[in-house]
Design a protein around this ligand. Sequence first.
Ligand code: NAD
Length: 396
Amino acid sequence: MSNRPLNVGLVGGGKGAFIVHPHQKAIHFDGTRRVIAGALFPDPKIALEEAAQWPYPIRGYGSYDDMIGAQAGLPAGEKLDYILIVTPNFVHFDPAMKALDAGIPVFCEKPLTVNLEEAEAIVRKVREKQIPFGVAHTYLGHWTSRFSRYIVRAGLLGEVRWVDAYYLQGWLATKLEDTGQQQASWRVDPKKAGGSGCGGDIGTHALMQLRYVTGLDVTELSAHLEVFVKGRAIDDHFTTYCRLSNGARALVRASQISIGHLNDLGLEVNGTQGTLRWRQEEPEAVTISLMGQPDRVYYRGAVSPGDGFLPKDVPADLMAEPTIPAGHPEAFHDAFARLHRCFEADVRNFQAGKPFQCDGSKYASVEDGWMGMAFIKTAIESHARQGAWTRMPMLG
Ligand SMILES: NC(=O)c1ccc[n+]([C@@H]2O[C@H](COP(=O)([O-])OP(=O)(O)OC[C@H]3O[C@@H](n4cnc5c(N)ncnc54)[C@H](O)[C@@H]3O)[C@@H](O)[C@H]2O)c1
């Protein structure tokens, strides 16, 4: 296998953009991937100017159509190995479909699209083309998310009874969009964000964390989508009470008006034998509580299988995944890097004609992206009927 770094092209990321920056750091994290091109802005002239000002040389394009269209004429080592889509939600579908049609793997920001129909079309395209596709649910990339997944799925907490999955923020507690703040402006516009503001933006992260760790799906839900800040067209507070596929219950909730909360994504899983607690603002620790025993706090890199709670046979690949010794904290950028590292492995296998995973075990799959959109659609329908229990659709 070639040790040439993979070439990544950016869709979005110019002028005041946010999430492109953690991504581009994560892409360069291991030296095995690099950003070489970008279509950074909707206006072609500004897109080229922004590319010329990028902190290291990249090939600028006036549009993602140009960037994708140019690939066929490039020599092998200069083509893009994957594209990263970091545009607002309404500009995910078109570049994703065009890249897939051109045979280029795609790593796409969440939520996958602005509606379920688009998500379904992307799933169909990925299945038809058999091309790697990942969705950037950042927090799955924390080692502690992998570890939590192992603990719950190995049954170490017994049968799951109840899950509280939440993502609380306070940054939209006032009408920030009226100041022209870039990230707020498109997030409150249903045409650009989708039918749910808060739910689509961060409720989907809470749902993904629940599904990733427990392996359970939401089968039915009752939702309330609130608008607390006057004049907003879509929710800034989002609450769903859910039935899960094993019969357990869950709250999946999100808020952008909870002053005092920054990026307070957390998961609590109550099983018949114990409880697991995790918060992304302290992403190095997982707390386990068993009846009648003091809490155990597990830190990444300082875990000893066979300690009386963990069995001896904790999977070797999980134990090997930390990148630095315990106590040198990993955080947000490391989580993104772990996602890109795992996506890289799938892209390299794809290029070598070998089987690749894209199965949701290392990063969110296209089906996970679809599930996020199905959840949002179902929540909107339930809310429209005063929170009536509403069944989630199934992906064929
Ligand atoms: N995974 C996470 O933790 C996380 C965090 C924040 C945002 N996001 C997601 O990332 C995406 C971007 O969010 P953001 O906060 O960085 O937005 P942003 O507004 O900061 O950046 C979006 C960028 O896309 C560019 N853009 C818009 N239309 C374009 C087009 N047609 N062609 C090229 N560029 C175009 C904008 O000019 C801007 O540079 C959203 O889907 C959001 O939900 C994910």
